[in-house]
Design a protein around this ligand. Structure first.
Ligand SMILES: *[C@@H]1O[C@H](CO)[C@@H](O)[C@H](O)[C@H]1NC(C)=O
Ligand SMILES: *[C@@H]1O[C@H](CO)[C@@H](O)[C@H](O)[C@H]1NC(C)=O
Ligand SMILES: *[C@@H]1O[C@H](CO)[C@@H](O)[C@H](O)[C@H]1NC(C)=O
Ligand SMILES: *[C@@H]1O[C@H](CO)[C@@H](O)[C@H](O)[C@H]1NC(C)=O
Length: 417
């Protein structure tokens, strides 16, 4: 009922767009936890069960983090005689189905990982050419989610058509299982998935892999824009944001730009940098997939990932990613429509010194011009301080910390009729 209401309003808002992968999933960006950023290949059944229990007991589940995703290195490295994949028996001694059942019993959903190649990025057996077999296996285990990578793709990339065909094979295979399985395409932005994947996948990675760093340039992530050839890895938070702004318009309900999993809580960034990271992932409507140790979180980490007003921006029923309205040196300003005529605004300071930043009503409602009423008094709420800042007219100026943001919500629109 709720889903059909949301769907109805999505259709009303975007009447000319086809909803993405037609499986009814990811109406708002998916939320959850993934093993990779913290643990890499060092995973097993106990670690995943402990994380799932903590997601429930810490309250993360109640904030919406409901997918527990098992990333690479779960596989046994040989297909069975009937070609099926099995999990590594030392890591998953009870098999996958028993683990999935346990996690389902906690009220959570479960995800799995493979690659649209002959091997995964970690060098394990992958699914190219075995799409139907593997999709059936995952459905049999009760999987609710697939993250599908791009390693060892045998040269089947380089044109949108090659990438589309390779990823569509798995989309069709998942659909053929009859089980709704959220399809998270992970080809690092190659061949422009925001153009070819929106009808076959629920989300698509738009950049090389994130690493736990705010703005360091790394030779492994040579691209500064979304359209260069080597997406790479070890991409900083600012590198990914600067690429993501260009493709924000391609996101829609059911099909989202994936800025990669979160690093909040992993130790490589300051509290303000993590706040900026989380703010922008939320506002650009990326999936919010935690990548930290959820069994042992500091209060600073919890403060960031358990802010329901910020999460509500990500999950808002207007489905609109915030738009970058201007860049002035290290400073950037974003504005995004929210439901009920409200608006989210982000003042981002990537510089090394605190700064006073100003956004005018004309900046914020640029697309409503000439019908912007600068004399309109509007209440502004600070979503990180969780308090009203009072009413403002014409403009708002706020102190923004170094490598930090102010994330505010306008409780009305300055658009006049
Ligand atoms: C499969 O695709 C059809 C047609 O697009 C859709 O109606 C159906 O819900 C899909 N089923 C699953 C399980 O994804
Ligand atoms: C929990 O995290 C703290 C650092 O925040 C660390 O000192 C401690 O060793 C961790 N405990 C466990 C059991 O991992
Ligand atoms: C919008 O307003 C309606 C009616 O007041 C309310 O039920 C709903 O929760 C609001 N939505 C948001 C996202 O604030
Ligand atoms: C403050 O702004 C709200 C809308 O956000 C408006 O309803 C209210 O009348 C304003 N208050 C004053 C004193 O202007």
């Amino acid at each position: 009922m709720i889903t059909s209401l949301i769907l109805a309003s999505a259709l009303a808002l975007v009447p000319t767009q086809v909803l993405a992968a037609d499986n009814g999933l990811a109406i708002t960006p998916q939320m959850g936890w993934n093993t990779w950023n913290k643990y890499g290949c060092n995973i097993d059944e106990q670690l995943i069960l402990d994380a799932a229990k903590s997601i429930v007991s810490s309250g993360l589940k109640d904030y919406g983090y409901n997918y527990v995703i098992i990333d690479d290195c779960w596989q046994k490295n040989k297909r069975e005689k009937n070609k099926e994949l099995l999990p590594d028996p030392t890591k998953f001694p009870r098999g996958m189905k028993a683990l999935v059942d346990d996690i389902h019993d906690m009220g959570l959903k479960v995800g799995i990982y493979s690659s649209a190649g002959t091997l995964t990025c970690g060098g394990h057996i992958a699914s190219l050419g075995y799409e139907e077999t593997d999709a059936k296996t995952w459905a049999k285990w009760g999987m609710d989610y697939l993250k599908y990578d791009n390693c060892y793709n045998q040269g089947q990339s380089g044109t949108p058509k090659l990438s589309y065909d390779r990823y569509k094979a798995m989309s069709d295979a998942l659909n053929n299982t009859g089980r709704p399985i959220l399809y998270s395409l992970c080809n690092w932005g190659e061949d422009g998935p925001w153009n070819f994947a929106s009808t076959i996948a629920n989300s698509w990675r738009m950049s090389g892999d994130i690493y736990d760093n705010f703005n360091r340039a790394d030779p492994a992530c040579p691209c500064e824009t979304y359209d260069c050839l080597l997406p790479g890895f070890r991409c900083s938070v600012m590198n990914i944001i600067n690429k993501a702004v260009a493709v924000g318009q391609k996101a829609r309900s059911g099909g989202w730009n994936d800025l990669d999993m979160l690093e909040v809580g992993n130790g490589g960034m300051s509290h303000e940098e993590y706040r900026l990271h989380y703010t922008m992932w939320a506002a650009l409507k990326s999936p919010l997939l935690l990548g930290n140790d959820v069994t042992n979180m500091t209060s600073e980490t919890k403060e960031i990932i358990m802010n329901k007003e910020v999460i509500a921006v990500n999950q808002d029923s207007s489905y609109s990613p915030a738009v970058r309205m201007w860049v002035k040196g290290d400073q950037q300003m974003f504005s995004g429509n929210l439901a009920n005529n409200t608006q989210v605004v982000i003042l981002l300071n990537a510089g090394d010194k605190a700064a006073k930043m100003t956004a005018t009503w004309d900046d914020i409602w640029f697309y409503s011009q000439p019908h912007v009423d600068a004399s309109k008094s509007i209440e502004v709420r600070d979503l990180w301080k969780k308090q009203s800042l009072g009413n403002f007219t014409d403009r708002i100026s706020l102190d923004v910390p170094a490598h930090g943001v102010r994330m505010i919500k306008f409780m009305d629109s300055a658009q006049s009729s």
